[in-house]
Design a protein around this ligand. Structure first.
Ligand SMILES: CC(C)(COP(=O)(O)OP(=O)(O)OC[C@H]1O[C@@H](n2cnc3c(N)ncnc32)[C@H](O)[C@@H]1OP(=O)(O)O)[C@@H](O)C(=O)NCCC(=O)NCCS
Length: 374
């Protein structure tokens, strides 16, 4: 038996340029959505403006923004079948919110008469529908988990405030709303990350948008990708207190355990989004009190040790965990909230991919056995 021993050309496509996009550029210390730097957007644009920018391609004027917001509000309510499905599966033993969300998004395709239509006009409509419906799925799911009646969307509230309202049945403070709104903008888009690339591979076969988004949700769930925001907070809770950080980290290094919320495939000198969210989250936590700032104290010590000993920086998922915890958001909903943001980037990429009419199909280097006889 002969075997080839050549290494694959690229492990995990690291460093490979796999196509073109006009939606977003990810560089060392610089993240740009359609020409606008992320810190500019985080400071000056609300999430709905960011969503419009990503989906339509330009900054909305006042009339465009108002019409876009009205359209989203109009799509917030789910078909009865989807509400019943959420009620049925959210409390099933072992139910994971990301799986519930994936299942319901897939199911929603069944109700959409335009599901199979991949024209730009139909996909712009479906993008807005999914953008509006995902917070409703998250809210209803959390209501079922908490054992409260379903909280209906509040048409007077903006996207971030309505999301928090539906999850809790309580009107969120302006501060919580602002922090979540900015987190959604920071999470909205990131070029060919794993879930977006998955959505483009699916869209590249000319499959429908609901299918491509369903696949993207499945990819985002993994702890090496979006699932890291939940795992980062789980780790801090396990550490428990500042005085436990040294021993926890020493043990993690000794066992070569990965520290969730650190490292990045592209950013090697730090993720530009992380300090933006960290500063906002810490400020919000300080107004809440020591039970919230405690986790920033623990996290900052973890961060210092990772930088001093490994030269590895936190990615956006690390401050996200502490920030959402301070706001009282249940940990298993952190990655679903990431979906509520990234749906904009995914849909923009699905539109862009469908416009190319090009199948994505790379080649593999074969490294298995050869010339065997059956
Ligand atoms: C994001 C991630 C998958 C990038 O992976 P990658 O580009 O393939 O880089 P690698 O995993 O090969 O890491 C390179 C080196 O840094 C180390 N490293 C990277 N991230 C690390 C982390 N979070 N904790 C500890 N060590 C880490 C690796 O162990 C590896 O060390 P080695 O060369 O001694 O083997 C990786 O950093 C990771 O798993 N991070 C934790 C999960 C996470 O936060 N994901 C969200 C990303 S936005």
């Amino acid at each position: 038996m002969t075997t080839t021993t050549a290494a694959p050309k690229s492990q995990g496509l690291a460093g490979v340029t796999a196509g073109e996009t006009a939606i977003c550029s990810v560089g060392q210390g610089k993240l740009v959505y359609r020409g606008y730097a992320i810190d500019d957007l985080a400071e000056h644009a609300c999430f709905e403006e960011t969503a419009f920018l990503l989906l339509v391609g330009h900054k909305p004027d006042a009339a465009e923004l108002s019409a876009f917001k009205d359209e989203i509000v109009g799509y917030r309510r789910l078909p009865v079948g989807a509400v019943n499905l959420i009620k049925e599966i959210s409390k099933a033993p072992g139910a994971v919110p990301m799986d519930v969300l994936r299942t319901v998004v897939s199911y929603l395709g069944q109700f959409d008469p335009n599901c199979q239509d991949i024209s730009p006009a139909a996909e712009q409509t479906k993008s807005r529908q999914l953008l509006a419906q995902i917070p409703t799925i998250i809210g209803h799911m959390q209501n079922v988990i908490d054992g409260r009646d379903i909280v209906e969307p509040d048409d007077s509230l903006g996207h971030a405030a309505n999301l928090l309202w539906m999850m809790t049945g309580q009107k969120p403070s302006d501060e919580s709303t602002k922090v979540v709104d900015v987190s959604l903008t920071l999470y909205a888009e990131h070029d060919f990350n794993a879930s977006t690339f998955a959505s483009r591979v699916i869209a590249g076969t000319n499959a429908d948008m609901h299918g491509a988004v369903t696949g993207a949700i499945a990819a985002l769930k993994g702890p090496l990708h979006g699932g890291a925001n939940e795992k980062a907070m789980d780790m801090l809770l396990e550490v428990g207190a500042v005085e436990n950080v040294d021993s926890y980290m020493a043990n993690a290094f000794a066992t070569k355990a990965k520290i969730m919320g650190f490292g990045h495939r592209v950013y090697k000198q730090g993720d530009h989004r992380a300090p933006i969210l960290h500063a906002l989250g810490r400020e919000a936590a300080e107004k809440i009190g020591p039970e919230a700032t405690k986790w920033f104290d623990v996290g900052e010590k973890v961060q210092k040790i990772m930088l001093d000993e490994k030269d590895i920086h936190p990615n956006v998922d690390f401050p996200c965990g502490m920030t959402y915890y301070a706001l009282g958001i249940p940990v298993p909903q952190y990655t679903p909230l990431f979906v509520a943001a990234r749906i904009t980037g995914w849909c923009a990429h699905i539109l862009e991919q469908h416009a190319t009419q090009k199948l994505i199909r790379p080649i593999a280097e074969y490294v298995g056995p050869e010339n065997l006889k059956w």
